[in-house]
Design a protein around this ligand. Structure first.
Ligand code: CA
Ligand code: CA
Ligand code: CA
Ligand code: CA
Ligand code: ZN
Length: 919
């Protein structure tokens, strides 16, 4: 299923052809993203960083060569971070013509003067679909603000101490997923929109071309999924403005006793201020400050928690307001800070000593806690769930801050699930370190007063309906192809981030603790854990040195094995355990002591169908292998033409009226190839290859059903172009037809104007010029069925399948059927034109003809008044010609299947049709 990166030296060799001599001799191995681009290069041990850098500075040119980037992608140095030991990581960003490409980051890892590895992701200029700035920043801002639709915003609030000014839009490129493994770059304005009523903070991405909201990326990250917990109401008013405290070393620091709500008696550091003690700690070289948001009851709503004698007792604070929750937050924040400082010498979440401010009593019975970009907020909970301030929740939230400043995993889809998992993993580690009596491998056990008495389990994610196997039971749709179109917090939990995190959570549990069992995809395993200390080092290195914002589970697997190798050596117990624990959660092959040299079984039941002039659909039954299947190779007339990890595909680019042979082979996880499948043969039709047309971002609008003639076709895929040209209907000239189109819009886009242009390739040449447009539907909302009427053009070629193309386009119609554009979908069908119906005067009168018998078995008798020859056709009920010829009165129907037929008689230009039944 997945390829291990330790066994791909052949590919590494191919890559060397284009790399400078220095780097050539020094590449150890390479790993790939699902789309085939390079995700990681690992260098031979002892490779000097001068192999790709010059006097300490990376030369962009050599990086471009190594990573196979196109010339107009410029890698710019962003920052350096230091890890444990003498590891150093440099972060780079991609730019195209001076504009940053979000998600196009690379990390280069060094140890002393040696280069270890490069990881990252490439989006190339060939992916750009829209790079025109047409709307201007201020209009873009209006669209962004409208999309949030809040009552008030941080920059409008007089309390904000000038911290938030009206957000400025930044022009950036962002990749948008179209279908699995395929993305397009869009030029957008990016705004940081911080709403205070109701609370939300997102990066909002507005298409610079037309103002459509392409994407939101949550800056505020919650401990709980909104859609999972029913009784959670985010719409209540919340106002929080971070009043950041400045570090003032002159202040006096006191150690105090705190009777925490969930962790018993603990020591905290406080500060004497105006005669009483407050929850502010300046003793660590950063300010850790815990404040009271007062459920928004006071007008100056943020205040200090105060105590007169610095003995914060349960008698004083274990009250109905749950004030002691603040002591858990303060203590938990201090301990999380200490953990990262003591273990990794990390100074606050940003490693630059940023103050850590927390607000308790946020909202009214808010059943959530959150990280908001530079502070944290905690709700009081309700009757079922206590205040969300337990140690694991506090360290979870601060964990989001660390992720934000390092891997910065995008909070959606698989990267968002990794982001959530890192927070849970840090929560487990901090809890294990400072409160070993708690259950480190479950989240929220201190606060859940109702079953199952916790929110997530890392040892058994299935207890809360979360997956423990990649794409196994309870896996939530994460990709567009899987059905999660647009990531949306309240609708789909940003495509399953709080649920799919279960897979990495369970990986970490197995890595620490060990486990034996069989996962949802049938991998059986028996793993000895490596313990907390080694596991946490690997996790830290994975997050801070290797992962980038768009990384997915495959990347996490490949990179963490390398992180373990960096720390503990190749073939070390730790590196093997990392690989095997990923195998246990369904990602990649297991570590093998002796290489796998056995081929998979060959694929069976290869079927080729839905043939047009240039395309065919292939499907087959999957192969098996003791160590798992990586993918399949398609052979066309004996040559390899395509690779896929699926068991079906639509193959295009064929030549009309040509015979083809297809076969399929399987690869295992270790590059062993199976023998060939059965042969599937086809001959393509006469329809020529058509000009290209596609929407690049069908996430927003698609065509979900088309009815025309006998065709009634529903489709659900989010592809920019769907080829249904293998579906044909007969239409007659000079007859009015109705085409009915049912559109589908993503949530929130139902009212957006979408138009339709319908083209017919009436002379079968494969293009769709303006004169071939036969109908349009002007732009309108996408919530109901739409119709257009048309007649076939007089000069339409008769009696052969002709391509009919429907283009669904956002905010307009199109004069050409051969275009690529942003939003909507293109679908092709076929029609066969038939000669027009004759006028009544041209028809034979009924008394002029007699047909018998009906039902008929062998010979149909036709008696015409004038007893001469006539042309006839026997038609199926759908209009297909079964038989035709010239007769004087008798037609042999002996070999026709039983059923109802139409006899069409033409005598001297006069035509009549009559039904008959064949028994
Ligand atoms: Ca006291
Ligand atoms: Ca816990
Ligand atoms: Ca094998
Ligand atoms: Ca469709
Ligand atoms: Zn979270």
């Amino acid at each position: 299923m997945k390829k291990t990166f330790t066994t791909i030296n052949i590919l590494a060799f191919l890559l060397l052809q284009s790399v400078s001599l220095n780097a050539q001799s020094s590449i150890h191995n390479i790993a790939y993203n699902k789309d085939g681009t390079i995700s990681m290069i690992v260098f031979e041990k002892g490779t000097s960083k001068n192999a790709i850098t010059k006097e300490g500075k990376s030369t962009a040119n050599s990086l471009n060569n190594l990573l196979k980037l196109s010339d107009n992608i410029e890698l710019r140095f962003n920052k350096t971070t230091s890890g444990v030991q003498d590891f150093i990581t440099e972060y780079y960003d991609s730019y195209i013509n001076g504009t940053i490409v979000e998600g196009g980051e690379y990390h280069i890892n060094y140890k002393g003067s040696d280069i270890i590895s490069i990881t990252g992701r490439n989006y190339s200029t060939s992916d750009i679909v829209a790079d025109k700035e047409l709307i201007g920043e201020s209009k873009a801002f209006d669209f962004a603000k409208k999309s949030i639709n809040a009552k008030s915003y941080a920059w409008e609030n007089s309390q904000n101490l000038n911290k938030f000014s009206k957000p400025k839009g930044k022009l950036v490129y962002i990749p948008i997923e179209n279908q699995e493994g395929k993305v397009s770059l869009f030029l957008v304005y990016k705004f940081d929109i911080f709403a205070t009523q109701p609370l939300s903070r997102d990066y909002v991405y507005v298409d610079a071309n037309n103002g459509l909201i392409l994407k939101k990326n949550a800056i505020i990250k919650h401990s709980e999924s909104f859609y999972k917990k029913k009784n959670n109401n985010q719409s209540k008013e919340i106002q929080i403005i971070n009043k950041a405290s400045k570090l003032d070393k002159s202040r006096e620091i006191e150690q105090a006793n705190a009777d925490t709500r969930y962790s018993g008696k603990r020591f905290i550091e406080t500060e004497l201020s105006n005669g009483s003690y407050i929850l502010r700690d300046n003793s660590r070289g950063v300010t850790i400050h815990t404040l009271n948001a007062n459920n928004m009851e006071s007008s100056d709503f943020v205040s200090e928690f105060n105590d007169n004698d610095n003995n914060w007792t349960a008698e004083e604070y274990h009250n109905d307001k749950r004030d002691d929750a603040a002591l858990d937050v303060h203590w938990g924040t201090i301990k999380t800070y200490d953990y990262f400082k003591n273990t990794f010498n990390r100074n606050s979440y940003d490693d630059k000593g940023a103050p850590i401010n927390s607000y308790v009593h946020v909202g009214n019975e808010l059943v959530n806690a959150f990280w908001a970009g530079d502070f944290m907020g905690y709700g009081d909970g309700n009757a079922d769930i206590d205040a969300l301030t337990s140690l694991d929740i506090v360290s979870h939230e601060l964990g989001h801050g660390i992720c934000q400043e390092t891997a910065n995993l995008e909070y959606e889809r698989e990267s968002g699930a990794l982001n959530e998992a890192f927070s849970d993993i840090w929560a487990a580690i901090v809890e294990h370190t400072y409160a070993p009596e708690k259950n480190a491998f479950v989240m929220g056990e201190d606060i859940f007063l109702i079953a199952p008495y916790f929110s997530r389990s890392m040892s058994d994610p299935k207890l809360t309906n979360d997956p423990d196997t990649y794409k196994g039971t309870f896996w939530k749709a994460a990709s567009v192809e899987d059905g999660c179109t647009i990531p949306w917090g309240s609708i789909n939990d940003y495509c399953g981030v709080h649920s799919n995190s279960g897979v990495l959570n369970h990986w970490f549990y197995i890595l620490v603790n060990g486990k034996s069992g069989t996962n949802d995809i049938g991998n059986s395993y028996n793993i000895t854990g490596i313990g907390w200390e080694s596991a946490e080092k690997i996790v830290y290195r994975l997050e801070t040195a290797y992962l980038t914002s768009k990384s997915d589970y495959k990347n996490a697997r490949d990179f963490s094995i390398q992180a373990a190798i960096d720390l503990f050596g190749e073939h070390s117990t730790e590196a093997i355990a990392v690989q095997n624990a990923f195998y246990a959660v369904g990602i990649g092959g297991k570590y093998l002591l002796f290489p796998d040299t056995t081929s998979p079984t060959s694929p069976t039941n290869l079927v080729a169908k839905d043939v047009t002039g240039d395309a065919v659909s292939l499907s087959w039954d999957s192969s098996t292998d003791e160590n798992g299947i990586w993918g399949y190779i398609i052979l066309q007339n004996g040559s390899e033409v395509y690779k896929t990890q699926e068991t079906s595909l639509r193959l295009t680019g064929l030549t009309p009226e040509t015979s083809y042979d297809f076969k399929v082979k399987a690869y295992d996880n270790y590059s062993n190839v199976s023998s060939e499948s059965n042969l599937a043969k086809i001959t393509t039709t006469s329809q020529p290859k058509a000009c290209l047309a596609s929407s690049f971002s069908p996430n927003f609008f698609t065509i979900s059903n088309v009815k025309i003639g006998d065709i009634d076709n529903s489709s659900t895929k989010l592809l920019g172009y769907e080829d249904f040209a293998y579906l044909n209907t007969n239409l007659e000239l000079d007859t009015e037809y109705t085409i009915e189109i049912t559109p589908k819009a993503a949530n929130g886009y139902e009212q957006s104007p979408v138009g339709y242009s319908i083209f017919l390739d009436k002379n079968n040449t494969g293009d769709f010029t303006f004169d071939k447009r036969i109908a349009v539907i002007s732009p309108r909302g996408s919530s109901s069925k739409l119709t257009a009427t048309f007649k076939l053009p007089e000069d339409t070629i008769l009696n052969q399948p002709l391509r009919l193309r429907i283009l669904q386009t956002y905010n307009g119609i199109t004069s050409s059927g051969c275009i690529g554009y942003n939003y909507g979908q293109v679908e092709d069908y076929s029609i066969t034109a038939k000669s027009k119906k004759l006028a009544v005067s041209d028809l034979l009168k009924e008394e002029e003809i007699k047909i018998y018998p009906s039902p008929v078995k062998e010979t149909l008798n036709v008696v015409l008044k004038d007893n001469k020859e006539f042309n006839y056709e026997v038609l199926s009920i759908t209009g297909g010609v079964i038989k035709s010829g010239i007769s004087k009165g008798q037609i042999d129907v002996n070999y026709i299947q039983p059923g109802t037929y139409i006899l069409k008689v033409n005598q001297n230009g006069k035509v009549i049709t009559q039904k008959f039944i064949k028994k």
